[in-house]
Structure formats: structure tokens, C-alpha cells
Design a protein around this ligand. Sequence first.
Ligand code: HEC
Ligand code: HEC
Length: 357
Amino acid sequence: MSSSPERGLRALRAGLFAGALLGSATLAAAEPAFPGIGRAATPKEVAAWDIDVRPDFKGLPPGSGSVAQGQDVWEAKCASCHGVFGESNSVFSPLVGGTTAEDVKTGRVARLNDPGFPGRTTLMKVSTISTLWDYIHRAMPWNAPKSLSADEVYAVTAFLLNLGGVLPDNFVLSDKTMAEAQARLPNRNGTTTAHALWPGAKAGKPDVQGSACMNQCEAEPHLASILPDHARNAHGNLAEQNRLIGAQHGADTTRPPGAAPAAPAPAAAPAAPSPALALLGKHGCSACHASDSKLVGPALRDIARKHGTRDDAVTYLAGKIRSGGSGVWGEIPMPPQTLPESDARAIAQWLATGAKK
Ligand code: HEC
Ligand code: HEC
């Protein structure tokens, strides 16, 4: 949108011209084009929006930052989400990795053609450094977009490219050296407009063509929602993992689709379900815990196995149920739960004795 101020001026001139035709230029200038709807953006507002940087570097503000300065920005504002080396895939696919010195020479990332290579990092894909600069400038850090100064964006972009082996340790990235960095970008030659989907391209027709089916056609498209066999019980029994609110009934994934529920075991004194199970439902524990499989929290059987042998198992578990906690089973915390002490102890008792149904 680099041209929007000009466009604004043009519209203004057109308005004045129309006003002059009506013979009341002063009135037209004072009156908005759409009375009662909004107001014209101020030049400051337009400038705040007009921050895009083009591949020919138009729009790039003056400024600079070194790889070393970028490391400080990275560690303070980026590493918590993207990993110290840009390798983390916990919030997004990794930013750095998968590029080689040979790619820097050729401008084509060889591993993009290797189906065995796990994943596609940002540095493997990006073909214009302006995109990287622009994206960081407008969208990062995720929790505070547009908070970086231009110098910080130059610096942190330089650092990322240094991590990827694209820029040397002593590089200073600036509006003057962006072209030099672009000339080293690993996938700079990896994209093309010479294909039929690009407007005005001469490369023939797009490779996807809509042609009507002429024989042996399906009369109606067949839509179905099914779990493929291999995925059926991959995450435990879905029927036991429903949200507590609303009419959602997960399929019983322990048996083939459509099969009747296993016939109840004949006559052997039907074991009444443990009252603890009802408490788990009543207090919302089942939203995060299932008997035999991990959901958000660990499987109840695993909790029973891990802590059942402690001398103070009941006290420990009842305490943890009410206080919540983290770090015993992984990164995800369990929030404190509000339930009567007696219910917490009943559940703890049940867990401590093996969590049987
Ligand atoms: C709070 C977590 C968080 C922080 C901090 C953060 N990011 Fe991100 N970053 C994300 C998420 C989430 C995405 C994916 C956003 C999307 O796709 O909409 C992302 C995407 C990106 C991408 C785009 C990758 C691509 O291939 O599209 C870049 C580049 C990036 N971040 C750089 C940075 C830099 C540089 C910083 C520090 C100035 C930073 N991030 C800080 C969470 C974060
Ligand atoms: C929002 C999801 C969530 C809810 C709701 C929830 N839990 Fe948890 N629970 C977790 C997570 C996650 C952990 C693992 C925490 C950790 O690693 O320390 C956990 C751990 C536990 C543990 C093991 C603690 C330990 O130190 O090993 C017990 C016992 C437990 N939960 C019982 C309950 C009971 C009983 C309820 C209902 C009153 C409940 N949880 C509700 C997510 C939840």
C-alpha cells in the first residue's frame, strides 16, 4: 500500500474538481464524500499503517543492527517461544535449520526436494529477505507486535540469518546491506512466477483443469465422517473423553464401527462402579483425565501406579488434587480444583488403591 497517500490525494483532487463543476468548491472541500460516515485518515495514521517493505526494498526505514546486537534482542524477546537456536517447534515450525553452505551458493535449498527431511523451516522456504524483515517488524514478538525499533528488527534478522549460517558473525544488516544479505539467502532462487497461475504468465494453462466427467461418473459426491481403522483406538476410547457440556457423544473406539457394545459379563456379581468415578465426573476431572490414556493430564491408572506405593499416598494425592501442580508429568500445569476435602480424599483413596473401575 505504498501508494495510498498518492491515491488519497488523487481522490481529494477529484473531489475538488467535482465541487468546482457544481460551482461551490469551498462547500465541497468542507463536506466529506460520505457524510456521517467516518473521517479521513490523518497522514500520521496512514504512515502508521503504511509499513510494508517490498522485495525491491521500497518501504525499508533507515537503520542498522549487528548480529551481536541481534543476539541480545533474540534472547530477551524471541527465544522463549522459538528456542535459543530458533529450533523450537513448540509454538510454530522451527525458524532455523535445514539449510547448507551449498544452498547459500546456489540459492536453492536442496532439502526441499528430500521427502525424508523432517519439516520445513522458515529459512528453508523464504525467498525474499524483505518478507522476513517485514513479518518480524509487523508481527513479532507474538505477544507485543510492532514493539521493536527498526534497528532491533535489522539486528534480530541478522542474528537469525547468522544462526542459519547465511551471514557471518560480524555482519551489520541495514537498509544499505539488505541487498547483500538477499544475495546470500538460501532459497532466493527457489520460487518462480513462470507458471500458469501467475497472472499474465505465458506458461500455458494451469495444471488443474475443471473438465466435466463424461463416463463412469459418481452420481453424487459421497461424504462421510469416519475414523480409519488404524486410528480407531489410537488415543483411547473417545466415548470416555467427551466434554461435559453439550450433546457430544464420542464413538466407542474400543470396538469396530457399528458393533454392539460387548455383552455384559453374565451374572458374575455385577461390580458396582466405584463412587469415585462419579466424583470425577461431578468435579470436572474427566475433562482432563481418563482411566487408561493421557488426555490433558496423565491417565488415572498411571497416577495410581506412580504414587500408590507411597506411605502418604492418600494425603499426598488429596493435597495435589486441591492445590494443582506442575512438573511431575510434564510441562502442562494442573489448575487448583475446588471440591470438598472429603471428596478429594475419596478420590485419593481410590487412586491410592489402584484406580479400579
Ligand atoms: C509468545 C511467543 C512468541 C514470541 C515471544 C515470538 N514469536 Fe515469532 N512466532 C510465534 C508464533 C505463534 C508464530 C506463528 C504465527 C502465525 O503463523 O500466525 C511465530 C512466527 C514467527 C515467524 C514467521 C515464521 C514463518 O515461517 O512464517 C518469524 C520470522 C518469527 N516468529 C520471528 C520472531 C522474532 C524475531 C521474535 C522476537 C523479536 C519472535 N518471533 C518472538 C510466537 C512467538
Ligand atoms: C485442566 C485440566 C485438569 C483438570 C480439570 C484436572 N486435572 Fe489433574 N492433572 C492435570 C495435569 C496437566 C496434571 C499433571 C501435572 C504435573 O505434571 O504435575 C494433573 C495431575 C493430577 C494428579 C497427579 C499429581 C501428581 O503429583 O502426580 C492427580 C492426582 C490429579 N491430577 C487428579 C485430579 C482430580 C481428582 C481432578 C478433579 C477434581 C483433576 N485432577 C482435574 C490436569 C487436570
